[in-house]
Design a protein around this ligand. Structure first.
Ligand code: PRP
Ligand code: MN
Ligand code: MG
Length: 186
């Protein structure tokens, strides 16, 4: 594999560790949706990598599995949430009516994004809405919110990689790590 990115301080979840956990999550989800028509809805941009890996591991196969993406963001280029979740105006909300929706997120932090998205999906008439999050930063929660499937409960550190950015950088890294202090603008 490639050398560690020079701006990364330490690898927290390696490629292998992520892969093994994503595979387990896929089996849990597969068992729960065995006889269901499932719509997997990845939340862009952060969940692009997790979503594409997760759907490969959803087994047993649901009655049908549809994949779509929805863009929602609240962080911009800063290190803390603005609290205002910007939603994708181009997404056709009619497409979730009557469907069993699994929202896929890379990380739950304050809980703002997810609580907002779950509400939006319910209003749009989704039959059920569940959430799969690779990482859960419980210590930072401001909106009470629990994911239905969680990969790892993670420490309150500034982490990037595997889809997660800091000011749009590092999404491409195949592992999750912390950024060296000198590269964070406070
Ligand atoms: C990040 C992350 C989650 C959300 C979690 O997205 O990908 O979607 O924040 O934080 P919260 O629980 O405090 O809402 P971001 O707004 O950075 O957009 P991005 O996915 O495009 O990077
Ligand atoms: Mn995001
Ligand atoms: Mg971000």
């Amino acid at each position: 594999c490639l050398p560690i990115h020079p701006e990364i301080n330490a690898v927290i979840y390696s490629e292998d560790v992520i892969e093994a956990r994503v595979a387990e999550m896929g089996r849990l989800i597969g068992q729960d949706y065995q006889h269901t028509e499932l719509l997997v809805l990845g939340v862009l941009k952060g969940a692009f990598m997790f979503t594409t890996d997760l759907v490969r591991h959803i087994y047993p196969y649901p009655a049908s599995l549809e994949v779509d993406f929805f863009k929602a963001s609240s962080y911009g280029s800063g290190t803390t949430s603005s609290g205002v979740v910007q939603l994708d105006s181009a997404f056709k909300l009619e497409s979730v009516a009557g469907k069993h929706v699994l929202l896929v997120e890379d990380i739950i932090d304050s809980g703002n994004t997810f609580s907002r998205l779950v509400a939006v999906m319910r209003e749009a008439g989704a039959a059920t809405v569940r959430v799969a999050a690779l990482l859960d930063k419980k210590a930072r929660r401001r909106v009470p919110f629990e994911a239905d499937y969680t990969g790892f409960e993670c420490p309150d550190e500034f982490i990037v990689g595997y889809g997660i950015d800091y000011a749009e950088k590092y999404r491409n890294l195949p592992y999750i790590g912390s950024v060296r202090e000198e590269f964070i603008r406070h």
